[in-house]
Design a protein around this ligand. Structure first.
Ligand SMILES: [Zn+2]
Length: 240
């Protein structure tokens, strides 16, 4: 344990520097997570667009198949009715049967016309699906590349963060426990900054003058001093 005030102050200043770097890295890594989540959302939007286009194709195909089935059944019906014509005895019944066949044929024509329209719809929907798929493929490749870049850069930052955390713990162990408690309390109250350099009798955090008497005491470095204005631990530093 280092007892010397000057050394203690140097250690605290060092610790603070590292903790500031740690906070910056943590902030930047949080942004990385946000960016990755945003890219994932983009990816799923493209997939959803493809799914929707595929559903449009499928529903048009189903409609076509349904109509085709109806046409087949009507055609069967027409054939049956036509086969029955020869067995009909009265003219009236014959006319009625012919009319029924005509009606069925008209109905079938309508369905066949609708099927042509549906075929066009299927083609258009397939075209849209292919476009969406191609676009989604392109975007997916680009987004995956972006994600890899981001994750790669983040991996370096995570390693650096681990290194700094270890270093901070090792440094913190060198600080007198009571002073360390003071340091953490001031840090909490001081927006993360517990230690302030004093240059030319000016606190470099709050930029207020340290009174001459207090400044002279500070220069003696025989005890821990607090900035009378911002209440941070102060240490003298030569201005550049
Ligand atoms: Zn101050």
């Amino acid at each position: 344990m280092v007892k010397n005030v000057k050394e203690q102050l140097e250690i605290l200043a060092d610790l603070q520097q590292i903790e500031i770097s740690i906070a910056r890295l943590e902030e930047s890594l949080a942004k990385v997570d946000e960016s990755l989540a945003r890219l994932d959302r983009e990816l799923s939007q493209f997939s959803e667009a493809v799914d929707k286009a595929r559903a449009d194709v499928e529903s048009a195909r189903e409609k076509y198949d349904e109509d085709e089935k109806k046409v087949r059944s009507i055609t069967d019906q027409i054939a049956k009715n036509e086969a029955r014509l020869g067995t009909i005895k009265t003219n009236k019944e014959y006319q009625a049967a012919l009319k029924e066949i005509d009606d069925l044929k008209r109905e079938r024509s309508k369905l066949e016309e609708a099927m042509l329209g549906t075929l066009e719809k299927i083609e258009a929907a397939e075209k849209i699906l292919a476009e969406k798929q191609e676009f989604a493929e392109q975007q997916r490749a680009e987004i995956e590349e972006q994600k890899n870049d981001i994750a790669g850069a983040a991996a370096g930052k995570k390693k650096e963060l681990e290194r700094l955390r270890r270093k901070a713990r090792a440094i913190a162990d060198k600080v007198e426990p009571r002073l360390y408690n003071t340091y953490t309390r001031i840090k909490r109250n001081g927006g993360g900054v517990a230690v302030a350099a004093v240059e030319n009798a000016v606190c470099q955090v709050c930029h207020m003058n340290i009174p001459p008497q207090a400044f002279n005491e500070l220069l003696r470095l025989d005890e821990i001093k607090i900035c009378p204005n911002c209440q941070r631990i102060i240490y003298p530093r030569q201005s550049d």
